[in-house]
Design a protein. Structure first.
Length: 128
């Protein structure tokens, strides 16, 4: 299934395919020495954790458990975006190559934030 075929409304599938893209990026950079290898490891851990926490949240035992797992997923998405930005800023990966991945990560953060707010019953003007 290519990216265009992924239903935008299915967060579990969307985060899974995002993780696949992170793994593929990490594989392409895995031969890099030193600092690059450490940064890629951080990216891989955070980027694959988003979907894992969404899956756990969907099977949550309570509303609080659901919110907790989705909050962790959002935190991991924010961290993933950080590592992507850093890889681009230090010229390990060209910004153009990361543009779509960063945009998808931004969208995931926004979706997770909306879900968390709605589940908590928080209005737009309040912070989560």
């Amino acid at each position: 299934m290519n990216e265009a075929e992924i239903p935008k409304r299915d967060l579990g599938e969307r985060t899974f395919h995002f993780a696949v893209r992170i793994v593929k990026l990490s594989q392409s950079l895995s031969g890099e020495p030193g600092v690059e290898k450490i940064l890629v490891s951080q990216l891989l851990r955070a980027g694959t954790s988003i979907g894992a926490n969404v899956e756990e949240g969907q099977g949550g035992q309570s509303r609080a458990d659901f919110i907790s797992k989705y909050s962790i997923a959002r935190k991991e998405a924010r961290e993933t975006l950080y590592w992507l930005r850093l890889l681009a800023a230090v010229n390990i990966v060209p910004t153009a190559r990361l543009k779509d991945l960063m945009a998808e990560c931004d969208e995931l953060i926004a979706i997770l934030t909306t879900i968390i707010k709605k589940t908590k019953g928080i209005g737009k003007s309040q912070k989560v």
